[in-house]
Design a protein around this ligand. Structure first.
Ligand SMILES: *Cc1c(COP(=O)(O)O)cnc(C)c1O
Length: 398
């Protein structure tokens, strides 16, 4: 075969899927894989969910795109529903998480600017964070491996150690506009931020005239068993970025804000060609139809409890493979004793998909529609993978 014409940016697993059904993905060769990666927390309702398929199909037959030069069908309803079910008053639609973060960052800077503080454009972020791959969001994430070779780091992002209150206080100065944090770090290794720390952030923001921005691109949209992860903590932000699960597989993101925080974003200050197009709105509304159904999130919490208990007993049985289980709802991580990539590989050999993360963690992010039986199947496959790894390691050390 000729050399690939694709950029070499991805180290892909040698699997190609032809179709999906619920929690299953099927390769071109007909092999079935249990999908506990959900395309990195995106397929929140599994593959080929009938309500989403119907919503996309019926919109596709009407109109695909008109641009934001006009009123767009579905934007009013979806923004209203997101606002009614959150702290927010205002919504800006995007196509991705990074763009939702760009909007959040611009909204915070613009707020300070219109309040007469043009020098207040710095945003404080935390080590281990991930906010996307644009120039501004790699600066916000602050990870050297993502910044290297891309020229000067975008100005205005000050990073402090995870959970360090003193460093945080020291970093706040007359140039600070906002604090940006994931309530549960995703790529960083499923690291929940303690509730008390988020409460401290809220207070520091209120005392210093700063805005609090939550990045819920990965932990939001039902993943934790609450519609938004911060509901578990009682702390509300001024601005929030969403994406991934919000579109169930259709590229969709959103930046939510209070009316006050969004007050600087007047006509002409920001824009997008595709963001909020009719196809995305149809699917986004369909995702919410399901997530807001009575009992949906409760079921996520129930399955999570079962799955977590199973993972805890695997941890007891395989202390040389599993160090710890962390996370909330169906945003779970196995902190591995072996390299996380090896565990993901061993699970893939058992036809189960998961996603590696930082801090040597394997992320388990099944569709939120996963059943107890499917979770049990997942546990059985992780068990087999752990058995094989244990046997292989014993051979190595013998
Ligand atoms: C995935 C992710 C992003 C970036 O989203 P993209 O759609 O890849 O641009 C930002 N923040 C968090 C927390 C994420 O998990």
């Amino acid at each position: 075969m000729a050399e690939s014409a694709l950029f070499d940016t991805f180290a892909r697993a040698p699997l190609r899927f032809e179709r999906g059904e619920g929690v299953w993905l099927v390769t071109e060769g007909g092999e079935r894989y249990l999908d506990f990666g959900s395309g990195i927390a995106v397929n929140s309702l599994g593959h080929a969910h009938p309500h989403l398929v119907e919503a996309l199909k019926s919109q596709a037959e009407k109109v695909w795109h008109t641009s934001n030069l006009f009123e767009v069908t579905g934007q009013d309803t979806l923004s209203r529903r997101l606002a009614d079910n959150s702290f927010a008053d205002k919504v800006f639609f995007t196509n991705s998480g990074a763009e939702a973060l760009e909007c959040a960052i611009k909204t915070a800077r613009r707020y300070q600017y219109t309040k007469g503080h043009p020098d207040r454009f710095h945003i404080i972020t935390f080590e281990g964070a991930f906010h996307g791959r644009t120039l501004a969001t790699i600066a916000a994430g602050g990870q050297a491996k993502y910044l290297e070779g891309f020229g000067p780091k975008v100005e205005g992002f000050d990073q402090v150690p995870f959970g360090d209150v003193e460093a945080l206080k020291a970093a706040i100065n007359e140039n600070t506009a906002a604090i940006l944090i994931e309530p549960i770090q995703g790529e960083g290794g499923i690291r929940p931020v303690p509730k008390e720390f988020l409460q401290t952030l809220r207070k520091l923001c209120d005392d210093n005239g700063l805005l609090l921005i939550f990045d819920e691109v990965q932990c939001g949209m039902g993943r934790t068993g609450k519609l938004f992860a911060h509901e578990l903590t009682g702390v509300t932000p001024d601005i929030m970025a969403l994406a991934k699960g919000i579109g169930g597989g259709y590229p969709l993101g959103a930046c939510l804000a209070t009316a006050e925080a969004a007050s600087g974003m007047t006509a002409g200050t920001h824009g997008t060609t595709y963001g909020g197009n009719p196809l995305g709105m149809a699917v986004g509304n369909a995702v919410l139809d399901v997530m807001l159904e009575e009992g949906f999130l409760e079921r996520v919490r129930d399955v999570s409890l079962f799955f977590r208990q199973g993972l805890a007993s695997l941890k007891d049985r395989f202390p040389n493979i599993i160090e710890d289980i962390r996370g909330e709802g169906l945003l779970l991580g196995i902190k591995a004793k072996v390299p996380a990539g090896e565990l993901v590989g061993a699970m893939r050999d058992e036809h189960m998909l998961a996603v590696p993360a930082g801090d040597n963690v394997v992320r388990l992010l099944p569709p939120l529609t996963v059943t107890v039986d499917e979770a049990r199947e997942g546990l059985a496959r992780i068990e087999k993978a752990a058995e094989k790894l244990t046997a292989a390691n014993m051979k190595k050390s013998a």
